[in-house]
Write a new protein. Structure first.
Length: 83
């Protein structure tokens, strides 16, 4: 992953900063440039939280569900259920 530094106004609340990160990460996910795991890391939250919040920002999980997302989900299921 590359690093991008953006200077934001000091007046932004933590909620506003979170909203901006979600918008950017959601857009990159919707364009197929990030997986849900990468987008969540960009926002600084768990993958599950990112997925749960996507709809609030107008993004759909199913519209861009990738093979990497599927593989992550299968690995998670195997980890939790051991099959």
């Amino acid at each position: 992953m590359k690093t991008l530094t953006i200077e934001l106004p000091h007046e932004l609340s933590p909620a506003q900063e979170h909203d901006l990160k979600m918008e950017l990460a959601g857009t990159l996910y919707a364009k197929g440039l990030l997986t849900t795991s990468e987008a969540a890391a960009m926002v600084g939250i768990e993958r599950r939280a990112f997925i749960e919040q996507m709809g609030q920002y107008g993004f759909s999980l199913l519209a861009t569900y990738t093979e990497a997302d599927f593989e992550h989900d299968i690995a998670t299921l195997h980890h939790h259920f051991g099959h």
